[in-house]
Design a binder for this molecule. Sequence first.
Ligand code: ADP
Length: 545
Amino acid sequence: MPAVEDAISEERLAQYSAVQLVDIITRKLALQRVSFADMARLRRRLEEMEELQDQARVAVEKLSAAVDKLRAPALRLGTLLQKLGEDRALVCAGGTDYLCSVDPALAEGTLETGMRVLLNEAFAVTDAFAFDTNGPVVRVLELLADGRLRVGNETGISDLIVSRSSLLAKEKLKPGLDLRLDANQRVAVEIIGTGKRADRALSRVEPLPWSQIGGQQEAVQAIRDSIELPFLHAHLFRRFHHPVPKGFLLYGPPGCGKTLLGKATAHNLRLQIKAETGGDHPEFFLAVKGPEILNMWLGESERQVRDLFAQCREKAAEGHLAFLFIDEAESILGTRHAMRGGSNILSTLVPMFCTEMDGLEPLQNVVVILASNRADLIDPAILRPGRIDRKIRVRRPDKLAAQEIYRIYLTEDLPLAEPRNTLVGNITEAHYARSDANRFLDVTYRSGKHDYLYRGDLASGAIIAAIVERAKEYAIKRSIAAQTELPLTVQDLLDALGREYRENDLFPPGDITEDWLKLTDFDPGNVVRLAPYHAKEPDHDSGTI
Ligand code: ADP
C-alpha cells in the first residue's frame, strides 16, 4: 500500500493502477487529507483508459466483421429465365430452377432474360450482373414458332430447346448458326458465327452425261444396274422380293472420277426417271469429305452425320432425288483398326451411320454414295446387305481409257494444230511409254528386287484433265506473245505432261514410302521403299534405302 502523502507526484503516479489510486484517495478521505490534485490525476487516468477501450472496441469490431465475411457461405449466381410479376422471377442456378423473390430495391429494368443474377441465402434475387461470357456453343437446328430454338448440344446425344436472351430477342436467326448458351444451358446469349452446315455446298448437279466420263464403262454399268434399274422398275423388284440397295461404295485411287461418277449418277437418274415416268425430281447432291465431319467435340461428328441424313430426307420429302456423297469415307467409317491413334469418337460413328442407313426406306429418293481409296479400311458393318452392299471399283485409266479421257477434254471445237485423233494418239503414247523419261517411282521390293513405276501407272482422269488445261495455257501464252491465235500443239501437251507429274498435288510432296503406297495397289508387306525416281540420283540401282 503506498504511503499517504500530500499529493501523489507525477513520477509515482505511473506506478499506481486506477484501483490503487482510488484506495489512496479513500484513505486520504478518511484522514481528511484529500487532495484535489489526486482526483484530477485519477480522472485523467480514467479518461485514458476509456480512450484505449474505445480504440480496442473499434479494432475488435473490424476484425469480427472480417471474420464474419470470410465465414459467410458464397452466394449463388443464376441465370434469369423469366421475370414474373409481383417481384418474382424464374431463375436457374446449378441446373435447378427456382421461383425467387426479387429485392424490391433493384431498379426497374435492371433484370433481363438471360442475365446472371445474384441470389442471397434465401435465394432472393438481390443484384444483376452482365450476361455470362462463357458457355457451350451449339448449332441452331430449328426455329420454333414461339421464338424458342431447337439446338444440337455438344454431346450430340439429344437436342435441346432453349429460349432467347433479351440480347437475341430481335435477331434474325437461322438453322446452321452457331450460338453460345449461358452456363446453365437454358438461354441462348450470343451469336458465334455460321456453322458448317450452311457452308456445305449443297449443289444442283451440272448436266453430266455418262459420256463425259472416260474409261469407266464397268463402273458406270455397275452403277446403272444397282441404282437405275430398281428406280425404274420398282414393281419388278418388289414382285421378285429382290432387295434394293440404298447406295454403293466407289473405291479406287484419287482423281479417277469417283466424285464425277456420283454426280453423273444423280444427273442421269433424274433424266431416266423423267423419260420413263414423266415425273421430274430435281437432284439434290450433298457432298462432304469424311475428315470435315470429324470434330474434336465428343458427339459433334455424330450430330453432323444425323444432320446430313436429315437434310437428305427433308429434300426427298419435298420430291427431290437426294444423294448423300461422302468422300474419304474411310476416315469416319473405318474399322477401329484403321483409326490408328484415332479417338473413341469414331467408335460411335459407325453404329450411328448404320442406324441412319437402316432407317432409310429403299427407293424413297435417298441414295448414299461412299467414296474411298481404301475400301479395305471401311468397317464391314457398313457394307452389310441392306446398307451399302455394292462395291464398285474405279480403276486408274489404262492406255485406252486415257485416250478416251484425252478425247473428252481435247474437244473438236478447240484450235488444234493437228487432227484431234493425232494429238490424242501422240500424247497418249507419250504418256504411257515405258521410257526413261517416264520413269516416275522407284520401287524396292522386300525380296531385294528393284523396279520402276512409269507415269502411265499413276495416271488418272484428274491428271489428264490438268495436262490438257495446262497445254491450253501454253497455247494461249504463245498466242498472246505472237499477237495472233496459235493452235495447241503436241509439244504443248508434252511439256504439260512433264510439268504435271512434277507439280500435281494428287501426289504426295515428299518421298515417304507410306504416302506413295496409298496411290498403288502394292501390298505394303512386299515393298520396302517407294519414292520418286530422280534421274540424276547416283547409284539409284543399288536398292539401298
Ligand atoms: P475422285 O473423286 O476419284 O478423287 P474426281 O471425280 O473428283 O476424282 O475427279 C477430279 C477431276 O478429274 C474431275 O472433276 C474430272 O475433271 C477429272 N476426271 C477424273 N476422272 C475422270 C474420268 N474418268 N473422265 C473424265 N474426267 C475425269
